[in-house]
Design a protein around this ligand. Structure first.
Ligand code: HPA
Length: 244
């Protein structure tokens, strides 16, 4: 397997079993990536890890430099990217603590640098994006989750909102009417930029809360109570995904 790039979410601590060999500070034509690239392996598979919100988890979703992140990965030889996203669950099947491997997305973000085709580096091409996630990787992730008997959802639409505030109840109702099953703030433009770079890209959503207006009580408290469980499941999934 070629080196796998993993983009870690806000809810993520270091990857379980990660044996780090070195860390590199990259500079790119688009500025600084969110964090150093951590090079190493898990179960003998080469991994490069990047913390999407920075090592201090301080970069807000709309300020993430996804172009620099993707550029740094590609120039480090990564061909496949597994994006981990903490998300809110909208549909009944996306309960807190579960994993979702979405098969589609709707982009509600605005004002983010969303393309490499900005007239500087590349000749314009309109990338196909009907299926935003790499289907082979998705199938491998689903197979790994099934083999580990992890509660997971093998599809669904990922709604990506601007943040950093959470949604109103009416906004979540609208996302539900649009067909979104999970909601997050960081899945775009990352997925589109990966497509522009020709990188295989799939997402593992970790449901850390019920979306606004669905649960009762504080979303923050729910996230605190749930994220460790969700991330433990993600680590279990990853180990199986890597050994195939
Ligand atoms: N909404 C948007 N982004 C999120 C949520 C949410 O409920 N939970 C985690 N990321």
């Amino acid at each position: 397997m070629s080196t796998l790039g993993i983009i870690g979410s806000s809810a993520m601590d270091p990857l379980q079993g990660f044996e780090q060999s070195r860390a590199s500070n990259e500079t790119t034509p688009y500025g600084e990536p969110s964090s150093r690239l951590l090079h190493g392996q898990i179960s003998g598979q080469q991994i490069i890890f990047l913390a999407r919100h920075g090592e201090e988890k301080s970069i807000a979703p709309h300020l993430i430099n996804s172009r620099a992140n993707l550029w740094a990965f590609q120039h480090a030889g990564v061909e496949r990217i597994l994006a981990v996203n903490a998300v809110g669950g909208i549909s009944q099947r996306c309960v807190s603590g579960s994993l979702v491997i979405p098969d589609d997305l709707i982009d509600y973000t605005h004002g983010r640098e969303q393309t490499f085709f900005d007239g500087t580096a590349k000749d314009l091409r309109h990338m196909e994006f009907a299926a935003p996630y790499d289907e082979e990787m998705r199938q491998q992730l689903c197979a790994a989750a099934a083999a580990e008997e992890i509660v997971f959802v093998p599809g669904g639409t990922h709604g990506i909102v601007q943040g950093p505030r959470l949604e109103t109840a009416a906004e979540i109702k609208r996302l539900a009417r649009d067909g979104c099953e999970i909601v997050g703030m960081t899945g775009m433009p990352e997925a589109a930029l990966a497509r522009e770079m020709g990188l295989a890209y799939a997402c593992c959503g970790v449901v850390v809360n019920q979306a606004a207006g669905i649960g009762s009580g504080s979303i923050y408290m729910e996230i605190d109570a749930t994220k460790a469980e969700g991330m433990a499941k993600f680590n279990q999934l990853l180990q199986r995904f890597l050994v195939g």
